[in-house]
Design a protein around this ligand. Structure first.
Ligand code: GTP
Ligand code: MG
Length: 197
């Protein structure tokens, strides 16, 4: 019995085309639509760790301003999306509640970048999220999740409110819609690949 050879790039080759796996974080404050986003776009059954929010959790769950939400992510969401015959995205959605934030450090390891989902009605809730992503040194794009009835917010004022760099991409998206979510990820990945390339 010889030693098992180390995995080589070619071990991942299928049909003559080598694929690159890219880890992407999908982050955002509580109830911004992370689980919905990964669920709408994943080509595999998304792994999701939803738990029902209970009356007992009322004091610790961040329910302010959120109606009709009965579950929350307690560990992570996971999904996969092939965006070309060369690039496969592995999507990791963080838990949104502040009390789970310790998990982010582990999840950020090895990620190429992050998609930050933002609710334009609750911009202040995104400050801490963006701070953390910057702290981990991850490049990111902003996806403004358009909830029904949200007034359109001019991109310039949103950039100013979130104190974004000029080249940080900002796109609008509906996390429930596969094409819209795919477009947001494509923008992020083009930006990230241009930066590493
Ligand atoms: N109108 C509208 N509703 C959305 C959109 N995205 C998510 N929702 C709804 O918003 C609620 C919260 O969505 P989730 O996907 O659970 O949010 P989350 O960010 O994963 O929440 P946590 O994991 O608890 O932080 C759900 O009821 C969704 O159906 C959107 O783009 N438009
Ligand atoms: Mg969730």
């Amino acid at each position: 019995m010889g030693e098992r050879p180390a995995l080589q790039t070619r071990d991942y080759v299928s049909g003559g085309a080598s694929q690159t796996a890219v880890k992407i974080l999908v982050v955002g404050h509580f109830a911004v639509g992370k689980t919905t986003f990964i669920g709408s776009i994943s080509e595999i059954e998304p792994l999701s760790t939803e738990e029902t929010m209970t009356r007992a959790g009322q004091d610790v769950d961040d329910l302010k301003g959120v109606r009709g939400k009965t579950t929350t992510t307690v560990a992570m969401d996971f999904g996969r999306l092939t965006i070309s015959d060369r690039v496969v995205l592995y999507l990791f959605g963080t838990p949104g509640q502040v009390r789970f934030v310790q998990m982010w450090e582990d999840m950020a390891r090895g990620a190429l970048g992050a998609l930050v989902l933002v609710d334009p009605e609750r911009l202040a809730d995104s400050f801490a999220v963006i701070d953390l992503i910057e702290q981990y040194g991850l490049d990111y794009a902003i996806a403004v999740n358009t909830f029904d009835g949200n007034p359109e917010r001019a991109e310039e004022s949103l950039r100013e409110a979130l104190d974004l760099l000029d080249d940080t991409p900002v796109v609008t998206c509906d996390a429930r819609d596969e094409r819209s979510s795919a477009a947001a990820l494509t923008t992020l990945v083009s930006y990230l690949l241009a930066r590493v390339g």
